[in-house]
Ligand binder design. Structure first.
Ligand code: FAD
Length: 310
């Protein structure tokens, strides 16, 4: 059920006492695609307790809740998002959000940025997290997506995840192999990730780890179209195939719909070249899926999460 405007106003007044809240927020401000319509409310909780209280309030009011992190894997509808967007992303860092919990164990809150996490680990003389170099977004979003590259994924270094379950209770789950999948960790649909404990290694050569991070960031700058808004790779790689190659071989390099274009540099990226709408991007996603299916009989599945009504 969608809350009416009076309820949203009342809710807004209560939420600003529990963190920061904004009304009628263009989601293009909070997504790396730089598209998306208005969210009724975007709320960032001040503390975990305030998050829990706010969620209880929203549940009691039957207000739809959408949780986001850095917005780097999202395509939000041009019609926006009804209800409350809970944004678990810390723009300016926060003391204590990432900390050492043991010699080789790092604890990080969901809101922490991946970049800050990597830098913290390097400064602590640790290694094992280098594959995250240059990957945007937050720790929470990375855990939910089991984000990674061919060098590793979150599940490789994540020992334990802390989350709120659908009833608002804090749960802790050990991350074992059977719970980790390609771009997904089994947590339950309503789970809101609070943070995780990461098992790393003491670097035998800290300078080498730092150099690897710098190299990976430079390589991304060459291989990825970072000059344009995007959400990274749009499609998962089907078993036995590379999506970029299927898209390339289907002749879709540079294919354009409205302001959205299949990148010429990396064909699994759709880039926002000229004030694209989310509908432009979605239409291009469908077009690519259809063309690749027609040519190769392979169905491409989006890695990007579509949020709101399409
Ligand atoms: C230039 C570029 C390069 C990229 N490279 C890579 C790459 O190499 N590998 C890779 O895997 N991805 C890559 N991505 C995609 C993206 O950065 C990752 O998926 C990232 O981990 C998403 O994190 P986020 O905080 O931005 O999550 P969001 O995009 O905000 O959210 C992603 C999903 O997680 C959910 N979510 C977010 N936070 C929480 C939380 N605390 N609790 C519950 N649910 C939550 C959201 O509802 C959504 O379903 C890239 C993106 C870009 C733009």
């Amino acid at each position: 059920m969608m809350a009416d405007s009076i309820t949203m106003e009342t809710l807004y007044r209560r939420l600003i006492k529990m963190g920061t809240a904004e009304r009628n927020v263009p989601m293009k401000n909070y997504t790396t695609f730089k598209t998306g319509g208005l969210a009724d409310i975007v709320f960032c909780p001040g503390t975990r307790e305030q998050l829990r209280d706010a969620l209880a309030l929203m549940r009691a009011q039957s207000v739809p809740v959408t949780v986001i992190g850095g917005g780097s894997n999202l395509l939000v509808s041009d019609d926006g998002i009804r209800g409350v967007v809970v944004r678990l992303a810390c723009d300016n860092g926060r003391p204590g959000l990432i900390r050492l919990c043991g010699d080789e164990l790092v604890c990080a809150g969901a809101e922490a940025g991946k970049r800050e996490f990597v830098n913290f680990c390097l400064d602590a003389g640790l290694e094992g997290m280098e594959f995250l170099a240059g990957m945007p977004g937050c720790i929470g979003g990375g855990i939910v997506m089991n984000a990674g590259t061919n060098m590793g994924t979150f599940a490789d270094i994540l020992e334990t995840v802390e989350f709120l379950d659908g009833g608002g209770l804090v749960q802790t789950m050990e991350v074992t192999r059977d719970k980790a999948h390609y771009r997904k960790i089994d947590l339950g649909d309503d789970a809101i990730v609070l943070g995780g404990y990461f098992r790393l290694r003491r670097a035998s050569d800290p300078d080498a780890a730092r150099n690897t991070v710098s190299r990976l960031i430079s390589e991304r700058g060459v291989k990825h179209p970072l000059g344009y808004p995007s959400a990274g790779s749009v499609f998962k790689n089907p078993d036995g195939y590379s999506s970029w190659k299927l898209i390339n071989d289907a002749g879709l390099k540079g294919k354009r719909i409205g302001g959205a274009m299949v990148s010429e540099l990396h064909t699994n990226f759709i880039i926002n070249v000229d004030n694209a709408t989310s509908e432009d991007v979605r239409s291009l996603i469908v077009c690519v899926q259809n063309e690749v299916y027609a040519r190769f009989g392979v169905r491409l599945e989006p890695e990007v999460k579509l949020v709101g009504e399409f």
